[in-house]
Design a protein around this ligand. Structure first.
Ligand SMILES: CC(=O)SCCNC(=O)CCNC(=O)[C@H](O)C(C)(C)COP(=O)(O)OP(=O)(O)OC[C@H]1O[C@@H](n2cnc3c(N)ncnc32)[C@H](O)[C@@H]1OP(=O)(O)O
Ligand SMILES: N[C@@H](CCO)C(=O)O
Length: 382
């Protein structure tokens, strides 16, 4: 679901797109020491860029994706739709005629960065041997990517959901490298309930017999477990009023129920069909091990870990902050964004996105963020 900005949001004439705009590339980062010990040898990080770094390297913007997102934030040379097209592109608020936009695939992911499906030093996929990684590990890898791209300090780092956790960690691990930081639909730390929902998803995957402890490459993938994980997650990404208004109690009725585990005497509710579709769609595009690794990394998210109280931890950040929440988000509830904002240095308001959608509104209602982000971060001065 993509919305396009109204004509008044589009400005001026645009430069020709650089051939590398929106093209998936890979940086070789070498070994990476991990927060909980050990190291990953020969880390690769997938990334895309749009626009050009200016002569004093002051115009770089980092955009960080959510749990199952990719680096394809905006259209590029191929014209393929990006997940934040509304916000990022020529003439848009994050104007790629003006800013050098970078997006990195999370360490452990399955869209090009080193992850469980990548070959370990012995040539076989890491599988069950892939180490536990944290949000901070991925941010350290992203900092090595920034070094390679010649970006000493970011004009801004923007992220929603898991991307927001990475954005916040950027501001804390590298305060001198982040001038502005947007934490959207995310908290200072994963809460007990967020960990609980995440654990149920991880268990759904691990209990799929096809998972084989994580060493399923070369055989059938644990699609049932991954699909169940997505069902659990997707319910938390949407609100009760949205599901009620869209599906109510109606039956799907217009299809065969292929392979569904249902009593013969009933058909399928539309909402079940919808969740089945979401499950199959994710199972078709995502690696179950990566889902586990990224979910466990998000469970570990805690800005205060090893840094004292939350206020003490956040006092180390020197960026200007932008915090936003979705009013109907039942996973990353607005109150948690208020607690984050209150603990940040200075006075940081919480921008509320109004939507029936729930958590996913940070992806689907981006027009609402547009003006607020433009006012906060994307005036002329860099
Ligand atoms: C490499 C990559 O592809 S990464 C892609 C980028 N992805 C990300 O960044 C992750 C974040 N993105 C997302 O999570 C999602 O895409 C969102 C939140 C932006 C939008 O969610 P969507 O699933 O597209 O929206 P929505 O809830 O309206 O679902 C629409 C889908 O449900 C299907 N659907 C709707 N009702 C029903 C039903 N009763 N029965 C079955 N299917 C149904 C629609 O046909 C549609 O299918 P499609 O996506 O295959 O076209
Ligand atoms: N729909 C998003 C939500 C996670 O924040 C995703 O799949 O990444």
């Amino acid at each position: 679901m993509t919305t396009h900005p109204p004509a008044q949001l589009q400005r001026g004439s645009h430069r020709a797109r650089a051939p590398q705009d929106g093209q998936l590339r890979t940086a070789q980062l070498g070994p990476l020491a991990l927060e909980t010990g050990g190291e990953l040898p020969e880390v690769e990080l997938a990334f895309e860029t749009w626009g050009e770094l200016n002569s004093d390297a002051s115009n770089a913007v980092l955009v960080l994706h959510a749990l199952t997102g990719s680096t394809h934030v905006a259209r590029g040379a191929t014209g393929e739709e990006g997940w934040w097209d509304t916000l990022v592109g020529p003439g848009r608020t994050v104007d790629t005629d003006e800013y050098f936009v970078v997006s990195g695939n999370m360490l452990g992911g399955c869209y090009g960065s080193t992850g469980p499906a990548s070959p370990a030093p012995d040539g076989r996929p890491w599988g069950s041997r892939f180490p536990f990684i944290t949000i901070r590990d991925s941010v350290r890898a992203e900092a090595l990517l920034a070094d390679q791209l010649g970006v000493r300090s970011w004009h801004s780092v923007l992220g929603g959901s898991m991307g927001g956790a990475r954005a916040l960690e950027w501001a804390l691990l590298y305060p001198e490298r982040v001038r502005r930081c947007a934490v959207i639909a995310c908290t200072a730390a994963s809460s007990a309930e967020q960990i609980a929902f995440a654990q149920a998803q991880v268990q759904a995957i691990r209990l799929d017999p096809a998972y084989r402890g994580g060493d399923y490459y070369g055989g059938p993938p644990p699609s049932s477990g991954l699909g169940l994980a997505r069902r659990i997650a997707h319910i938390t990404y949407r609100s009760e009023p949205e599901l009620h208004a869209r599906f109510g109690r109606s039956e799907q009725g217009d299809e065969q129920v292929l392979g569904a585990v249902l009593p013969a005497e009933r058909g399928r509710y539309r909402v079940e069909s919808y969740l089945d579709h979401q499950a199959a769609k994710l199972a078709g595009r995502f690696d179950a091990n990566s889902y586990v690794v990224l979910t466990e990394a998000l469970m570990s998210h805690d800005a205060a870990r090893g840094r004292g109280s939350l206020s003490e931890a956040l006092a180390g950040a020197s960026a200007d902050f932008f915090v936003a929440a979705v009013d109907t988000d039942r996973l990353y509830v607005p109150e948690q964004s208020r607690q984050l904002a209150a603990a940040l240095p200075g006075t940081v308001p919480v921008h509320l996105i109004h939507s029936v959608m729930g958590h996913d509104a940070f992806l689907t209602e981006i027009l609402q963020l547009d003006g607020a982000l433009r006012a906060a971060f994307f005036g002329r001065a860099q």
